[in-house]
Ligand binder design. Structure first.
Ligand code: UDP
Ligand code: MG
Length: 155
């Protein structure tokens, strides 16, 4: 059966921008064969943080999380590809980078649970909410990227 092409939202967090890791992280997604359909630098506001992290606002670490995520610009991206949501989460590794396997973005670039360099949508349902939270339709590019070297015809 043909796997579905999915879109997922990624944020390169303020620590990734400040530490000059954006190129390294974007390269990993390009090398994997994921298609970048949206990419921009934005400053997250307090209101956007509360919306994006609504499930965490009551946690004791939320004030620090909001301070951190609003402290410097982030790079927001939408990536497209076969099973992109799960593939990107796997490439990121678990939230606690101390436990993240080497070879994952968090495992290689962070050793923290909070300053863990990247956000990625955690399910298809979440991605469907997060992509339009950060990107207008007009900011999502329509262009051809040959898939013939990435997937077989029936994949
Ligand atoms: N976070 C934190 N302390 C914690 C748990 C989470 O600072 O104990 C921050 C961290 O930046 C994390 C974000 O909150 O990436 C969102 O948490 P979530 O559980 O959704 O993890 P993720 O989906 O980013 O892996
Ligand atoms: Mg999450």
């Amino acid at each position: 059966m043909m796997a579905t092409t999915e879109r997922t939202l990624v944020l390169l967090k303020p620590d990734a921008v400040q530490r000059g890791l954006c190129g390294e992280i974007v390269s990993r997604f390009e090398n994997k064969g994921l298609k970048i359909v949206g990419m921009k630098m934005i400053q997250i506001t307090s209101a956007l943080s509360k919306e994006h992290y609504a499930h965490l606002v009551s946690k004791p670490f939320y004030p620090d999380l909001e301070r951190f995520i609003t402290s410097a610009p982030v790079v927001a991206m939408v990536l497209e590809g076969k099973e992109a949501v799960e593939v990107v989460r796997t490439m990121c590794g678990p939230t606690n980078a101390t436990k993240a396997p080497a070879g994952t973005i968090r495992g290689d670039l962070s050793n923290s649970t909070s300053r863990n360099v990247i956000h990625a949508s955690d399910s298809k349902e979440t991605a469907a909410k997060e992509v339009p939270r950060f990107f207008k339709d007009s900011e999502l590019m329509k262009y051809d990227l040959s898939k013939e070297w990435l997937y077989a015809g029936d994949e």
